[in-house]
Write a protein that binds this ligand. Structure first.
Ligand SMILES: [Zn+2]
Length: 893
């Protein structure tokens, strides 16, 4: 991020060290008394080091902005009704990159004080007494045209559209404000916009009238109480598509979309009212924000829970009739469920400070699975929780992992509190574990009472855990308290001796050779199932309370339902039996899909810890693939994330041959085309197989070449959810002619979803010259870097391209980072840090990312986690080499 100092329209006074601005122009009216001489001798107050001082708090905003979407700036006026809690002369607000023209406090002109990157001060002539205070500021704000932050503008064809994205701390780029989540007050917006444009915001439109110069004024009703980061509006030549009303509050729904795409809304119109109704049912309350606009923003990453005007990315929302696949439907339904869940977890009840970002994001993530399952039960979407847990366990097995609840004392910390693997994925996993422990009905009652208790206000970890303890008891409260307060996860080992099932004192699960010096025993509830060939039992206990049984069971599933957030020691023979329907274990236990998934995850954990050799796990792949439930197919890799691409040539070829041997028959029997009689599940299996084998199997790969050319010619010939696999397979061995065709298509895509897919395919070429041409597209002005960066993500993990791509990134890293927003740069540096799996490469990457990670908010933690995972990868590759030699011997030539 470039550190933009606050720009003042007024001249900065030239004397002394303190950055003092001259009085605002025009000069004060002549009738006002001259300033008392004593004041001039007092040094100006210093800006806050980080947080606002809290001596003045807002009670209401009236914000006026004049916006033309093509302009570089918007001009604004804000009146903040505030309350002085402690008498003071200076009022500090958050502001970044704003030009402040003039300001007044209680109607009297105030002097504007420079406040560094994040603040602006308004200095009264005399001390402001406690009580109400009107703060007025005239200012100018930038309209961003490159990074989608603050007020930002994007083109669709020739038309410019304006959107906003303020979370977490970019509202201060749009207007001066108290930019902290606890300042939750009503806002009234007035937008002056071109007469032909549509303007929408959080609250409904109250009135509209024409202004001179082709403009009009749109006045909005006062909003419900909102923190600054949730204020949102859009301006542009949108189409507004009404979709009737939804749910028990009869909430009016409208889609705000770029011109000419109304026929791509069929699915969104069908499912959106169902999501609203499912949320009202869950919380047993009316939709809280009066109306729901679905504002379709350009990118997936602009998706955001703005109350009353949810932002949903184009690639999610706009689905043409020939693209209506389950994959597209799930993406829209699930992300909408996530954003609208935030209307309760985040908007209606807001975390008091960014140390509790999990109260927004973990609860939102946990809820979106529930709501998605409620609106489309056939998808079994709650089963996705195991994938989320797996995603969390990777970073959580690094010593750099932070706890879910963490102190936030600077902007880095605010950005880092959105730590995806931990805040979202681990957060939702532990909530699911607690829900499972107490039962869904009791948990729902608790959630409802928590939300009611903090309606329109804020909440903290203490509030959530306190309420949980009062309603559901110590066990569930301790579970949440433990998991949010400490990093990592425990390793559970259940053993049976002499009729007693006992858990060894759990310690932190860490990869082989890694020791946490601060580790201490974990006490978390463990729910397990166990039995023999005829019977199955279930019990929940803690490590200190053994379970007495008549005889030791012949099998134990140590993570019942697969919802506990812990690693378990599993018996590979029992795991194998779970996948053999004729085995006594499978017959008695009737394992659920999530138990099977977690069992595979636990085998992976054992490989991580050096407790199981990889060949034992890999041998299970055919049985997992043959499981009656096709959703298990994507788990059949068993050693997920293992870097086969780093093996020497001979072993690498052997691993490819093994791969084709395991999957080839199934893949070929499914083929590229969906039969009319295929169920969604069978087609899902096809997607999984084509992704794996489309480029490896000669027959499928040759078909992919033809299908790619046909699709490029007229966009037909293959189901939309296989287009990616076809293009990737063809590109992986494609020539310059195919490259040029893909590039031409990427420059003129039918829509942004297609554009992203085409850029991804360009990243698959393995021919060195073509791979280099693809990498160069990340610097090309023809493409937005946020879209084109995916090219190098693909290349960095591919055997043929990873070295050349690293050399390219090394040469151009600063130019690449300059094209990204801080959170995007942080993600990129973290990915780069975790991409090495040999010592020389790691050393090269350390020099690239080390210093740079300090420049981007939120990057340090991602980079530290990535570098540790890179060490783990290096160690694993060496450790598993003998087992792989053994396992792949018959494929090695
Ligand atoms: Zn969220």
């Amino acid at each position: 991020m470039s550190r933009l100092a606050l720009l003042l329209a007024t001249t900065v006074a030239g004397c002394g060290a303190a950055p003092v601005a001259a009085p605002p122009s025009p000069p004060p009216p002549p009738h006002r008394a001259p300033p008392p001489p004593a004041v001039a001798a007092t040094p100006d107050p210093a800006p806050p080091a980080f947080r606002l001082p809290g001596d003045v708090v807002p009670t209401r905003y009236h914000l006026e902005l004049a916006i033309r979407p093509d302009d570089d700036h918007a001009s604004g006026k804000v009146r903040i009704d505030a309350n002085v809690v402690h008498a003071t002369r200076a009022v500090w607000l958050n502001a970044r990159g704003l030009k402040v023209h003039s300001a007044s406090l209680g109607g009297a002109p105030a002097r504007v004080l420079l406040g560094g990157d994040d603040h602006v001060g308004l200095l009264a002539r005399t001390e402001l007494p406690t009580g109400p205070l009107a703060i007025d500021v005239d200012f100018e704000a930038p309209i961003d045209h490159g990074k989608s932050r603050g007020i930002y503008s994007e083109h669709e064809g020739k038309d410019a559209y304006v959107y906003t994205f303020f979370e977490p701390i970019d509202a201060r780029r749009a207007f001066p404000c108290f930019d902290e989540p606890s300042y939750k007050v009503p806002w009234q917006l007035v937008l002056d916009v071109p007469r032909g444009d549509v303007a929408r915001a959080n609250a409904p439109i109250a009135s509209e009238h024409d202004l001179p110069d082709g403009m009009k004024r749109v006045e909005f009703a006062e909003s419900k109480p909102l923190p600054s980061y949730l204020v949102a509006f859009v301006v542009g030549p949108f189409e507004v598509i009404d979709d009737g009303t939804a749910g028990r509050a009869h909430t009016p729904i409208a889609f705000i979309i770029p011109k000419g795409r109304a026929d791509e809304l069929a699915y969104a119109k069908e499912i959106t009212p169902k999501v609203v109704a499912a949320l009202e049912d869950y919380f047993d309350m009316d939709y809280p924000y009066g109306k729901l606009d679905v504002a379709v923003v350009p990118r997936y990453w602009g998706t955001m829970e703005h109350p009353g005007i949810v932002a949903m990315g184009q690639p999610l929302t706009l689905i043409r009739a020939d693209q209506r696949t389950r994959q597209r439907e799930q993406s829209y339904a699930n992300i909408l469920a996530h954003e609208l869940s935030h209307y309760w977890f985040g908007d209606y009840v807001t975390m008091a400070w960014w140390d509790d970002t999990w109260l927004n994001e973990a609860l939102g993530e946990w809820s979106d699975l529930n709501i998605t399952e409620a609106v489309a039960p056939a998808w079994h979407y709650r089963d996705e929780q195991v994938s989320l847990a797996m995603w969390a366990m990777g970073p959580d097995q690094t010593l750099a992992a932070e706890p879910i609840h963490r102190a936030v004392t600077n902007n880095q910390g605010i950005e880092a509190s959105f730590d995806n693997g931990i805040t979202y994925a681990k957060g939702s996993s532990i909530l699911r574990a607690a829900e499972s422990l107490v039962g869904r009905d009791r948990w729902r009652e608790f959630i409802r009472s928590y939300v009611r208790a903090h309606a329109w206000g804020n909440a903290s970890k203490q509030d959530f855990v306190g309420e949980l303890r009062a309603k559901l008891g110590n066990q569930a409260a301790d579970l949440i308290e433990t998991y949010v307060s400490r990093p990592g996860l425990p390793l559970v080992d259940v053993k049976c001796t002499n009729g007693t099932l006992a858990i060894d004192e759990p310690h932190r699960a860490l990869p082989a050779g890694v020791v946490d010096p601060n580790d201490r025993a974990w006490s978390v509830p463990v729910c397990m199932r166990f039995g023999d060939d005829k019977h199955a039992e279930r019990a929940c206990t803690t490590p200190t309370e053994p379970i007495h049984v008549k005889a030791c069971p012949t099998w134990i599933i140590p993570n019942a339902d697969g919802v506990g957030y812990y690693r378990s020691v599993v018996d590979p023979k029992t795991v194998a039996a779970l996948f053999d329907p004729r085995s006594g274990v499978a017959k008695a236990a009737k394992p659920t899909a999530t138990e099977k998934m977690m069992a595979i995850a636990d085998l992976r954990g054992m490989i991580d810890r050096g407790a199981l050799e990889i060949d034992v796990a890999l041998a299970l792949a055919p049985a997992i693939l043959a499981d009656a439930d096709p959703s298990l197919a994507s788990w059949s890799g068993v050693a997920g994330g293992f870097r086969y691409d780093m093996l020497d040539d001979r072993l690498y070829r052997a691993s490819e041959a093994w791969f084709t041997n395991v999957y080839g028959k199934t893949a070929r029997s499914l083929g590229w085309h969906r039969a009319k009689t295929d169920t969604d599940d069978r087609h899902k299996l096809r997607q999984s197989m084509m992704w794996r084998l489309g480029r490896r199997d000669p027959k499928l790969s040759a078909e992919a070449d033809k299908l790619a050319l046909r699709w490029l010619a007229d966009r037909t010939g293959i189901d939309d959810d296989l287009v990616g696999s076809v293009l990737y397979a063809a590109a992986s061995h494609g020539d310059a002619a195919l490259f040029d065709k893909l590039l031409a298509a990427a420059k003129a895509p039918r829509d942004r979803a297609e554009g992203g897919r085409l850029l991804g395919a360009l990243g698959q070429f393995t021919d060195p010259k073509l791979a280099h041409r693809a990498a160069e597209l990340t610097l090309s002005p023809d493409f937005d870097a946020r879209e084109s960066i995916r090219i190098v993500y693909g290349q960095l993990n591919a055997r043929e391209t990873r070295d050349a791509t690293l050399a390219f990134i090394t040469e151009h890293i600063d130019a690449l980072l300059a094209r990204m927003r801080d959170d995007e740069a942080a993600g990129f540096l973290g990915f780069l840090a975790g991409s090495a799996c040999d010592p020389a490469r790691k050393a090269a990457i350390v020099t690239l990312v080390d210093e740079r990670s300090k420049r981007y908010d939120g990057a340090k933690n991602y980079v530290a986690q990535g570098l540790e995972q890179s060490d783990q990868c290096i160690a694993e590759l060496a450790r598993e080499h003998p087992a792989l030699e053994r396992f792949l011997a018959r494929y090695a030539k």
